[in-house]
Design a protein around this ligand. Structure first.
Ligand code: P6P
Length: 337
């Protein structure tokens, strides 16, 4: 008889890990489970999107001035509803909402945590059926009680309690860290359970990929241009030339590079000096995960997780990947500043 190896579900894993925190009362456990539940609902709609009229746009623009896709709006509402109902979260900052969503009802107002999220990152890829993702990050509130405030959200990545992403791809995965390593769970759609499939994720030793939108080459800083040429040189010892891979969906690009060993770059340009990605709910959570997986993340000069956000939607140049690769591009940026 073939014995299926023991499957660890996400819920079992979170509870096992909770036991390592003697004073834990289960709030973070419930919060992570609320996120996983919302992710399953969003996943179902994404998988069905091609069949029902949920593609296309709602005709409105979000705070980024980007046309909102119906799935963007649906995903945002799903996560907000799940988190509001859970009672552990007292406020949310979302890419889709200009201001903080504060929960001041007697239930959530006692919540110890706040969430910064990009509910459906890469949504411009939806109609081309390219993998997209949700990025979430969890901070302990700094305010005393009542509805959460902007002050609770404007924290550096170093203060993160947890961060993770869901990638809606050929399979749906939830990858997260609470500061004790990175673990990946794959959704078994037949039973709707996330199962531990990628324990203790780390960047591999071998550096193989560089990811950047080279269409913007003319606008890049000189240091980035020099690094791209460095990636393309022949040097067997350092496995160069690297492979160029770029999907245009941060979660998909980051996840592939974490598995295969690669750097992702979205630099500042002469057109967008602070780049395109958002510090609070894209760069900081991904940086926290990368650091926990043995990697590094910077804005070209500073460690991303040390940067204090001043506004909810502020942008930051972003370089994330294996330590040596990030430090190499930082060296070029310094030399050619
Ligand atoms: P570009 C998707 O719109 C996104 O916000 C990230 O997911 C992705 O990394 C980036 O923008 C792609 O931007 O300018 O290369 O299309």
């Amino acid at each position: 008889m073939v014995h299926r190896s023991r499957i660890t579900t996400l819920t079992e894993f979170i509870i096992q890990r909770q036991s390592e925190y003697p004073h834990a009362k289960g709030a973070l456990t419930r919060l992570l489970n609320d996120i996983a539940t919302a992710a399953k609902i969003v996943n179902r709609e994404i998988n069905a999107a091609g069949l029902v009229d949920i593609l296309g746009t709602v005709g409105k623009e979000n705070v980024q001035g980007e046309t909102q896709k119906k799935l963007d709006v649906f995903a945002n509402e799903m996560f907000i509803t799940a988190l509001k109902g859970g009672g552990e979260c007292c406020a949310i900052a979302s890419e889709e909402n200009e201001k903080v969503i504060s929960f001041s009802n007697e239930f959530s107002g006692l919540g110890k945590y706040v969430i910064a999220m990009d509910p459906l990152d890469g949504s411009s890829n939806i109609e081309s059926n390219v993998s997209i993702g949700t990025i979430f990050s969890i901070y302990r509130r700094v305010s005393d009680a009542g509805g959460g405030t902007q002050e609770d959200l404007l924290q550096p990545g170093l203060n993160l309690t947890a961060a993770g992403y869901i990638i809606y791809g050929s399979s749906t995965m939830l990858v997260y860290t609470t500061g004790k390593g990175v673990n990946g769970f794959t959704l078994d759609p037949s039973v709707g359970i996330f199962c531990l499939s990628h324990p203790d994720m780390h960047y591999p030793e071998k550096e193989t990929i560089y990811s950047i939108n080279e269409g913007n080459y003319i606008y890049f800083p000189e240091g980035v241009k020099r690094y791209i040429k460095y990636c393309q040189e022949i040097d067997k010892e350092t496995n160069r030339p690297y492979t160029s891979r770029y999907i245009g969906s941060l979660v998909a690009d980051f996840h592939r590079n974490l598995i295969k060993g690669g750097i992702f770059m979205y630099p500042g340009t002469t057109v967008q000096p602070n780049g395109k990605l958002r510090l609070l709910y894209e760069c900081s959570p991904i940086a926290f995960i990368a650091e926990q997986a043995g990697g590094k993340a910077s804005d070209g000069y500073r460690r991303i997780t040390e940067i204090d956000p001043e506004t909810l939607h502020q942008r930051s140049p972003f370089f994330v990947g294996p330590k040596n690769m990030v430090e190499k591009v930082e060296a070029f940026m310094k030399e050619y500043a």
